[in-house]
Design a binder for this molecule. Structure first.
Ligand SMILES: Cc1ncc(C[n+]2csc(CCOP(=O)(O)OP(=O)(O)O)c2C)c(N)n1
Length: 312
């Protein structure tokens, strides 16, 4: 009873537009493994880790004197859910053939990816404090040849989904059941290549790829709505043949549910449109474009870390 109730409640949280697909998936879920409900303990553990990653992001960028904290904070909850619960991976064996692949297509937000990789054990946490230093394994944008756990070199916006599609097709050819996850920024969706890739994924009926849009409404120097309006975004993805789920990208339970639902979708790719806040977690950074590509000063860092404390 508890499981059914929480499934219904979590579905109510999704956009009304999603109800058609959501209702089908509810049926699948009820007949599925019985334990689709995520425990309070799991959610609390992940929220605590997300807080740690946010602290890491701000410390490492301030120490480097540069980097992209705003879009790292908007992505922190989703990246936590992936690396600390959802993904099948082994930090001790980064090249394990059967691992799920995650591509951070909005590569400038790599501080949060690096923090997640370090905290899961791909490399020592001390490396984080060498971000952007000469000779460091942690470059200003992800480099798959330098950093264990980085699946693709990104930063040139618009390319990650195409790379992910290549990996998803390779899995099919090789008879492998690994899944591919690609995180894109909303500003990044201005790149035409994203939509070519979106067409290709549905053409090839790739149900082993999940795209996640970190829809924080801001890009490099302004609001997405003013620079290049994306709306109606969910309808666009649906028109391109994707199963489309909209969530609050800071609600851990919704993130976990959406990732699970994507696995159950047959015959088409899934996109999770995650509504987020750039700079999430720090009052003076939230929804402020100036923190897109600028590190906090020591004084700002001190204030931010005071706010980023576990309150249960
Ligand atoms: C092809 C390309 N053009 C321009 C840039 C410069 N650039 C870096 S970040 C950014 C804005 C990205 O906005 P968004 O995808 O919304 O990222 P977020 O707000 O999540 O940080 C731009 C234009 C780039 N990295 N690649």
């Amino acid at each position: 009873m508890k499981t059914v109730l929480s499934l219904e409640l979590s579905l109510i949280n999704y956009s009304v537009k999603e109800l058609g697909d959501g209702a089908n998936l509810l049926m699948v879920r009820l007949g599925c493994k019985g334990e689709t409900f995520h425990s309070d303990e799991l959610v609390a553990r992940l929220r605590r880790i997300a807080l740690q990653l946010r602290r890491d992001v701000l410390k490492m960028t301030t120490k480097a004197g540069s980097g992209h904290p705003g879009g790292s904070l908007s992505a922190a909850d989703i990246i936590t859910a992936l690396y600390f619960h959802h993904l099948r991976h082994d930090p001790k064996n980064p090249n394990w053939e059967d691992r799920d692949r995650f591509i951070l297509s909005k590569g400038h937000s790599c501080p949060v990816l690096y923090a997640a990789l370090a905290r899961c054990g791909y490399f020592p946490v001390e490396e984080l404090w060498r971000l952007r230093k000469i000779g460091s394994m942690l470059q200003g944008h992800p480099d798959m040849l330098k950093t264990p756990g980085v699946e693709a070199s990104t930063g040139n916006l618009g390319q990650g989904l195409s790379i992910g599609i290549g990996m998803a097709l390779a899995a099919r050819l090789d008879g492998k059941d690994y899944r591919v996850y690609v995180m894109l920024g909303d500003g990044e969706l201005d790149e035409g290549q994203v939509w070519e890739a979106a067409m290709a994924a549905s053409h090839f009926r790739l149900n082993n790829i999940t795209a996640i849009v970190d829809y924080n409404g801001l890009q490099l120097d302004g609001f997405t709505e003013d620079i290049m309006s994306l709306e109606p975004l969910a309808e666009k993805w649906r028109a391109f043949g994707w199963h489309t789920i909209e969530i609050d990208g800071h609600n851990m339970r919704q993130i976990l549910d959406a990732l699970d639902m994507a696995v159950m979708v047959k015959c088409k790719p899934t996109v999770i449109i995650a509504h987020t806040v750039k700079g999430k977690g720090v009052s003076f950074m939230e929804n402020r474009v100036e923190f897109h590509g600028k590190a906090l000063t020591e004084e700002q860092l001190r204030k931010a870390l005071e706010e980023l404390r576990w309150e249960g």
